[in-house]
Design a protein. Structure first.
Length: 748
């Protein structure tokens, strides 16, 4: 018999140890991430008294896959539309926190005499709080439904996105060896170009593909298709110079806009958990106790830097974004730790050879310590605010709170010009990127191919014409889009002075379209520039006047918008989207939250009138979401069912009390489960049997003995069904089903 592969032995060791350790951490109510790291430490070569992983290179490959699937899952939870709807407040808070913490991390690294790259990467690690740990802490402490928790999660989403960009930036800096502004700008432009290109093309193609094969897809095939698309984008991302993790995130964010997103999230979850566990175990394997002892002072300093820095700069960021002092401090104190992305950034630097080996275990140790302190920091926010409020002058406290109120209630007024120019710019940038990508693909791949079939000159002309035809809907959209918008019409009619600038915006976009045509034919022909410009102008005029091209352009754009809104449409149809008035509740302490009725809830089967939720908690149930139905403004006689989702309006305290009661008032576990086994027995009606001459209802077999007669034996091949009118006779053989204790009572 052949020997078992080393990889299987290592996986067996990792998963068994991780399973045992995480059970212990679950019992201690600690984050499972720490359990995985501890398991990695136990199976590492640095632990002399336990079995160790043999082939660490294979585990590293699995860990890289874990990073990819982790970011893919993060992308599935992410939505570009959500970020746009957040407004400026989370952006201000995120930018402030990340910039200040990264600067602080770089300064701390320099103060210890660490190298330039070590300090830069350290700054990136300290700037990222842990989404997983904070979410878990909010959940365990019953704070997830409170308003400040929603603000924190919004900032964490933006931090995760910024972490993806930061990883690409750090890779560019590490690869070039210089952190010059030119290299940084080129990296940002490359990220923006490919991000927009992939997102626009993906939103156009992938929902269309999934919609066309929807009848053929089951859970198994959908999982394979989703993971296949994830790996495909990882390969494409690597091919153009980005990381596989970045590509996986982009594909996840594209699939997040599809109707199948919720199902994909559920299907991918076990895969992500498996490979993610291996990644965090591999993180723990790099923890070296000797390095921890050697770098005890930097570890302690970094812990204090994170706690004090996030508490101050986090609170400052939320304060600048328009939150009250108390809310800002609760948000800032909640983010005083580092987590997943810090490990990913550290492992990336280690793999590129630009980060020293001691940095990794130092960062992991700091993460473990700050993770343990996270619940205590969350609890300390309110006492710290109360103490600060007592010592600060009243005028300053009132000014800070008044600033928050005024920022949150002031409406932003955008001028017509600003709105029009913004829309035109966004539209032009998107279509220029699409046209550039299509042109590059045609000239790079199609032109060499067509050269093998046709003569050189004919091949060039044919390629040029096909390329121009391919991008013509995009060029027409660049020129004509927004020329008939309400802003354009209002500016045109309001003042004659506006007309010349408006005409100028059209001319600029015409020049961009002509430049594309000129570039394409200049690449494939040897005509003079003047002739090519004339040809470009003629073709652009034909594009503007062409009704079929107009129809194609509008059809493509409508299909894109439909794909982009498909998940929202599906959510509205099935009643999962929150009402529009959510953000318009006048009282700042009142908001809306969702609660799921547990399947073992004691509230199931009771009406709203019986539960008296308004009297008990002071909340209002605005809607009940049940399967594909939405019951708005439910009456008192509406009954709750297991799995119902309740949309409830109330204050933080009211919603917290409501949520606690909902989760605690449940049917307890059955500790005598073995006695619930159903058994089948026969019973003969004798002359002195008390059931003799009675029918089913009179016998009480069902309601008195909790048993059920399934048939009457009359010597036939099958049992005869007992009708309700049938009266038992002497010698009848009844077959009865019930629990053993109930059957014994019946037989006695």
């Amino acid at each position: 018999m052949s020997d078992l592969p080393v990889l299987v032995k290592d996986l067996a060791l990792i998963l068994i140890v991780a399973g045992i350790v995480t059970l212990v951490f679950k019992k201690l109510k600690q984050p499972l991430v720490l359990g995985y790291i501890m398991a990695g430490f136990l199976v590492s070569p640095h632990m002399p008294y336990t079995m160790s992983v043999i082939d660490q290179e294979d585990i590293k490959i699995w860990a890289d896959i874990g990073v990819m699937f982790t970011l893919f899952s993060l992308g599935l939870d992410f939505s570009f539309k959500k970020i746009l709807k957040m407004g400026a407040a989370p952006v201000i808070a995120t930018t402030t926190i990340v910039f200040c913490m990264m600067t602080l991390g770089i300064l701390v690294g320099h103060s210890f005499g660490w190298s330039k790259m070590n300090s830069i990467f350290l700054g990136g690690m300290l700037a990222m709080s842990s989404t997983t740990i904070i979410y878990k802490a909010f959940d365990d402490m019953g704070l997830r439904q409170q308003q400040f928790a929603g603000l924190v999660m919004s900032v964490l989403i933006l931090e995760d996105i910024l972490a993806i960009v930061l990883m690409v930036m750090l890779a560019a800096i590490a690869g070039g060896g210089e952190a010059g502004s030119g290299e940084m700008l080129r990296s940002i432009l490359r990220i923006g170009f490919f991000l927009i290109l992939w997102f626009v093309v993906g939103i156009f193609l992938i929902p269309f593909f999934l919609r066309s094969v929807r009848k053929l897809v089951n859970n198994e095939t959908l999982l394979i298709v989703a993971l296949g698309l994830c790996c495909l984008m990882a390969v494409v991302s690597t091919a153009v110079g980005f990381s596989s993790a970045f590509g996986a995130f982009v594909m996840g964010s594209i699939l997040a806009e599809t109707i199948e997103a919720e199902k994909i999230i559920r299907l991918v979850e076990p895969v992500k958990n498996l490979f993610g566990a291996i990644f965090f175990v591999s993180v723990g394997m790099l923890v070296d106790p000797q390095i921890i002892v050697q770098y005890a002072l930097p570890i302690l300093t970094l812990v204090l830097t994170i706690i004090l820095g996030q508490s101050f700069f986090g609170s400052l960021g939320f304060l600048l974004s328009g939150q009250s002092l108390k809310s800002a401090m609760r948000c800032g104190f909640s983010m005083a730790q580092i987590g997943e992305f810090s490990f990913i950034i550290a492992s990336m630097g280690l793999a590129m050879g630009v980060v020293s080996h001691f940095v990794y275990p130092v960062v992991v140790t700091v993460s473990v310590i700050t993770t343990f302190l996270t619940p205590y920091m969350i609890r300390a926010a309110v006492p710290a605010h109360d103490m600060l409020e007592r010592h600060l002058p009243k005028a300053i406290v009132r000014s800070l709170n008044h600033l928050a109120m005024s920022q949150s209630t002031t409406k932003k007024e955008k001028s017509l010009w600003k709105s029009l120019i913004t829309q035109m710019t966004v539209n032009t940038v998107i279509y220029v990127i699409l046209s550039s990508a299509a042109t590059a693909m045609m000239l790079t791949f199609f032109l060499p191919f067509i050269h093998r079939i046709l003569p050189y000159w004919w091949a060039n002309v044919l390629c040029g014409l096909i390329t121009v035809s391919l991008i013509s809907p995009f060029l027409r959209a660049i020129i004509m889009k927004k020329n008939h918008s309400e802003e354009f019409k209002a500016l045109w009619t309001q003042n004659r002075i506006n007309r010349l600038p408006l005409i100028f915006t059209i001319l600029v976009r015409i020049m961009i379209a002509v430049a594309f045509v000129f570039y394409i034919f200049n690449k494939v022909t040897e005509f003079s520039s003047a002739l090519l410009i004339s040809v470009g102008l003629i073709l652009v005029i034909i594009m503007i006047l062409s009704r079929s091209l107009k129809h194609r352009s509008i059809t493509l754009e409508r299909m894109f918008i439909l794909n982009l809104r498909s998940r929202d449409i599906e959510a509205q149809v099935h009643g999962r989207r929150k009402p529009l008035y959510e953000g318009r509740l006048l009282d700042r302490n009142i908001h809306i939250a969702d609660f799921d009725v547990p399947y073992d809830s004691l509230w199931s089967g009771k009406s709203l009138k019986e539960l008296a939720l308004r009297n008990r908690f002071g909340v209002h149930v605005s809607s009940i979401l049940r399967a594909s139905r939405r019951l708005n403004i439910p009456e008192g006689d509406n009954v709750l069912f297991p799995g119902d989702r309740l949309q409830v309006i109330g204050s933080d305290d009211q919603l917290h009390a409501f949520g606690r009661a909902l989760t605690e008032e449940i049917i307890g576990d059955d500790y005598e489960l073995e006695k619930r086994e159903m058994k089948l027995r026969s019973m003969t009606i004798s002359g002195n049997n008390k059931f003799l001459g009675k029918n089913l209802e009179e016998s009480g077999i069902r309601h008195l003995y909790n048993c059920m007669v399934v048939g009457l034996e009359k010597g036939l091949e099958s049992l005869t069904q007992v009708t309700p009118q049938y009266r038992f006779q002497k010698g009848d053989i009844l077959w009865v089903v019930g629990e053993e204790d109930d059957l014994n009572r019946l037989m006695d």
